[in-house]
Design a protein around this ligand. Sequence first.
Ligand code: GLN
Length: 244
Amino acid sequence: MKKIVWKLLLTAGLLFGALTFSAQKLYVGTNAEFEPFEYLKDGEITGFDMELIAEIGKIIGKEIEIKNIAFDGLLPALQTKKLDIVIAGMTATDERKKSVNFSDTYYLAKQLIVLNKEANTGIKTFDDLPGKTVGVVLGYTGDIAVSEIKGVNVIRYNGTGEAIMALKAKKVDAVVLDSEPAVKYAGQNPELITLETDAAKEEYAIAFRKEDTELLKAVNGALKTLQDNGTYRKLLEKYGLVKE
Ligand code: GLN
């Protein structure tokens, strides 16, 4: 009899241990086609967001496991608990706020227009886009913004790289993309240039399931610590994200 009790206790103990251990791990979703926030370098996912979440993990005592998936699959995967949080240069839009919670803002960006210098499109502002073929990435805020402009032939790509390739191949007249990746891609491809726009500022934030309010609080606390102790600023500098 005693033996059975011990065995039961042991099993319960192991089970509890396993559960608490798994709770120590945070499955973090991203889409590594968004330099300098998340991108592949020598097969490894790196970038500002990746280092930021690693620092946050240290502070809140969680092991971070990164999952690289398509951008428009990130929030569904969060909802179905395949992911615990999402950090992907994601804009905290009102629409997204209906289904998830966002951390405090950690970066401000906006949409830019990317053009191929070799094509004479005459595009100077968003007002010139009607009648043109414009590449965006499926589900990005750029997709949402361009889709709202009447008369644009919008071509949606699965990733930033694909959209940029299409622009290089002149399959589209322009690509509308978040400012930092737009500048990065243009810098890497001599035939591409970016156009400043008067687009509204977008706030990048980390996404959580609605019910995970404790985790959200802990992450906001860690963000504040990293801002206060200078780590956040150092990361901005490292990835060329300091604006002033
Ligand atoms: N900021 C844009 C959005 O939230 C693009 C994000 C991304 O591509 N990683 O839709």
